[in-house]
Write a protein that binds this ligand. Structure first.
Ligand code: SF4
Length: 513
């Protein structure tokens, strides 16, 4: 046996031991009816060709490795950004197990949410009883200040009426009549998690603002961050910048503390988040700014109904995008951008200039949520790189048009292509037929890295196979510096790897790069 108590082998080295290799080879030969190695290799090679790419990109019904999730995930994330708020997903409970594990695996933190546990009988008779009992239990057990209700696709298909059900539950005494139970219908078969985020935030604002009179408080700003796997680092960084400017602001939805509680002997089911009194007061803000346009289209329309000024950005990452965001904030608040921030900007530009020779002309494939892809492509072009493939499974035709306009604005975008609605199996074909130097995406990109050999830079939700990246910002000048360093590390690690062979390639294994 290869195991010894002095040096225990886990699965990775253990199954490479000779007896395991032999056992697995025999199992394959005797029981798996395998194709010959030649057939497997030929087929694998065929999937790398232009001919296969054309068939692949012509797919209409089949989706393989989509880079998006369903609406309620976005709603659960959104609800986590409000003070002592429990996410209540009306529908089947398997969905909630998935959202919680998905968020936990990314943040390495607890993720609390409950389900009304609808089953076959509720699919026939409706889920009213589940809502009545579920709200009562959630209220009694988890002591929330607010319960934010969204839906799984099962509840949507059978057409449960959330508003009516919640009113019924209140009249049956599940929660006190004045207890806050905002809701949003979040059908999984429409849009993606970013639309679920939008629906839930809008539902919460509607709950508190509907029928209220607005008294404008000049110079005050609401900020909606959008679905962001880097919310912990980003929200804290943006607050630091806004505090340096002395701006009066409210984050509407802020999960930065909820997904980063300390280990000090106490489990916090709830932490931080936008205070309910601040959500109410946010109606009076002069303006509402969204950091991610495609996460907040309905919410911003709703803010406009109250005659708030609105503006949206595409994930303010990099020099110009951060400039635009800060200048907008300065314009609305009347506050100057202070010297400290100007110096930070200069330091980012200095770093970009220092590393220019390594970045210029590098080719990238980028995928993720629409706003992030826009931001990353924009920053890559600022560094002299070429965003050759820009893909968003949940990208719309409006996003495609905005991307094309962005890419046309720089000579570094001239060979770039935009791929709305495509999945990562399509990206795999793109990487084989028109190769690039780096792939920017999430942990699912590691399979593309394995297949196509394109190094993966993890900057997008979810990041399951690296730890704690979300604690550091991507937005603002500091975030830009971090993205720059991450990309450079990847480029230089690759170069070191290629030049490490003694007497073969190590004439370029330089100490100073
Ligand atoms: S797609 Fe439907 S069943 Fe699947 S997790 Fe989303 S809501 Fe649940």
């Amino acid at each position: 046996m290869p195991q010894s108590a002095e040096k225990i082998l886990d699965h990775a080295p253990l199954f490479r031991e000779p007896e395991y290799r032999k056992m697995l080879a025999e199992k394959k030969l005797n029981f798996e009816c395998p194709h010959s190695d030649q057939i497997v290799t030929d087929q694998a090679e065929y999937t790398k060709t232009w001919e296969y790419r054309e068939k692949n990109l012509a797919r209409e019904a089949l989706v393989v490795n989509p880079a998006k999730a369903c609406q309620p995930l976005g709603a659960v994330f959104a609800a986590a950004g409000f003070e002592r708020t429990m996410s209540f997903v009306h529908g089947s409970q398997g969905c909630v197990a998935y959202y919680r594990s998905h968020l936990s695996r990314h943040f390495k933190e607890p993720s609390s949410a409950v389900s009304s546990s609808m089953t076959e009988d509720a699919a026939v008779f409706g889920g009213l009883k589940n809502m009545v009992d579920g709200l009562a239990n959630t209220y009694a057990l988890y002591d929330p200040k607010m319960i934010a209700v969204s839906t799984t696709c099962m509840a949507e298909v059978i057409g449960d009426d959330l508003h009516g059900f919640i009113e019924n539950a209140k009249s049956e005494g599940s929660v006190p009549p004045e207890f806050d139970v905002p809701f949003a219908h979040t059908p999984a078969f429409v849009g993606s998690h970013v639309d679920g985020y939008d629906a839930m935030v809008k539902g919460i604002l509607e709950h508190f603002w509907k029928g209220k009179e607005r008294t404008e408080a000049a110079g005050t700003i609401n900020i909606i961050p959008g679905f962001d796997g880097f919310c912990v680092g980003n929200n804290r960084e943006l607050k630091r910048l806004l505090n340096l400017m002395g701006v009066s602001y409210t984050f509407i939805q802020d999960a930065s503390d909820q997904f980063d509680t300390p280990s000090d002997g106490e489990f916090r089911m709830y932490d931080g988040g936008t205070k309910i009194k601040d959500v109410r007061a946010a109606l009076n803000a002069e303006a509402t700014l969204s950091l991610q346009h495609y996460n907040t289209r309905k919410t911003l329309d709703y803010c406009q109904e109250f005659e708030q000024a609105t503006a949206s950005f595409h994930y303010p990452l990099g020099v110009k995008a951060t400039d635009e965001f800060l200048m907008k904030v300065s314009e609305i608040s009347g506050k100057e951008i202070p010297e400290t921030i100007r110096l930070e900007r200069g330091r980012l530009i200095d770093a970009m200039a220092d590393s220019q020779s390594w970045l210029h002309g590098k080719k990238y494939a980028i995928y993720g949520d629409p706003d992030f892809v826009y931001a990353a492509a924009r920053f890559i072009m600022e560094t002299g790189g070429e965003p050759i493939h820009c893909l968003a499974t949940n990208g719309t035709t409006a996003w495609e048009a905005e991307m094309k306009e962005l890419l046309a604005s720089s000579p570094f975008g001239k060979d770039a292509q935009v791929w709305p609605g495509k999945d990562l199996w399509a990206m795999r074909s793109l990487l084989f037929t028109e190769p690039v130097d780096l792939l920017i995406g999430n942990s699912y990109g590691k399979y593309l890295e394995r297949d196509a050999g394109t190094p993966l830079v993890r900057l997008m939700f979810p990041i399951f196979d690296r730890h704690h990246h979300h604690r550091f910002p991507l937005m603002g000048y500091q975030g830009g510096l971090r993205v720059l360093t991450t990309i450079l590390d990847k480029i230089l690690d690759k170069l070191d790897g290629e030049t490490i062979k003694v007497g073969v390639t190590d004439y370029s294994y330089d100490l100073t790069r």
